[in-house]
Design a protein around this ligand. Structure first.
Ligand code: AMP
Length: 222
């Protein structure tokens, strides 16, 4: 299975990417999580991208293309992958296509999480994230078992620095300008699948199982 998940911030891509990854046993790579790990570890890349993330801008295509290509070159990605938050520009989509072409691979589907403004704002303003494993929670919709602690790794949950109202607004503008054109790009390639990002988690999990169940996928579910 080779999938990409795209849509505005707060559409639920991260939550569903994790679930699909567990269900189908394929690794998932979240571009934002990879960048935040670099920032946390104060790597050279992390130092270069920190202010970009804080401002809600996109890091340059070259930087993220290289990062993702190196993840996809790992042995565990040979049988498939789920990409969350990459590609986010036409340049990135073209780079991914080239990368896959060299390996004689194609995408099975590009899932577009169509999500309304009100839902996005509510999800992002109530979001709490685990700084270690990247799992997302929501103060009302997805509370952790123990208040303020990640269910998986017990780390203290945080509000993301880019989930502040002003930055949220800017990220949505960036999305409209740079990422929304991917809709047409993947529609033309015949792999676009629109999914209702407004639906609650269990409803959308069922819908995704239905959509992917009908799909002719590369690799097998184990
Ligand atoms: P996310 O966790 O997907 O919401 O991403 C958080 C931030 O990481 C974004 O606002 C961007 O600053 C950066 N980022 C994530 N993915 C990409 C990408 N594909 N291209 C450029 N910047 C990205």
């Amino acid at each position: 299975m080779r999938l990409i998940l795209f849509g505005p911030p707060g559409a639920g891509k991260g939550t569903h990417a994790r679930h699909l990854s567990e269900k189908w046993r394929v690794p998932h790579f979240a571009a934002g999580d990879l960048l935040r790990a670099h920032i946390r570890n104060a790597t050279e890349i992390g130092k270069r991208v920190k202010t970009i993330l804080d401002r809600g801008e996109l890091v340059p295509d070259g930087e993220i293309n290289e990062l993702i290509a190196s993840e996809l070159s790992k042995p565990q990605a040979e049988q498939g992958f789920i990409l969350d938050g990459y590609p986010r520009t036409l340049g990135q989509a073209e780079a991914l296509e080239e990368f896959l072409k060299r390996r004689r691979e194609t995408l099975d589907a590009a899932l577009y999480f169509k999500t309304s403004w009100d839902v996005i704002v509510d999800r992002l303003s109530g979001r709490r994230a685990c700084p270690q494993c990247g799992t997302n929670y929501h103060v009302r919709n997805i509370p952790p078992k123990a208040a303020g602690k990640c269910d998986r790794c017990q780390a203290e949950l945080v509000e993301r620095s880019d989930d502040q109202p002003e930055t949220i607004r800017h990220r949505l503008e960036v999305y409209e300008k740079d990422t929304a054109p991917l809709l047409e790009y993947y529609r033309k390639r015949g792999v676009l699948q629109e999914v209702p990002g407004d639906w609650n988690i269990s409803e959308l999990q069922e819908e995704l199982a239905r959509i992917l169940g009908k799909q002719k996928l590369t690799g097998k579910r184990q």
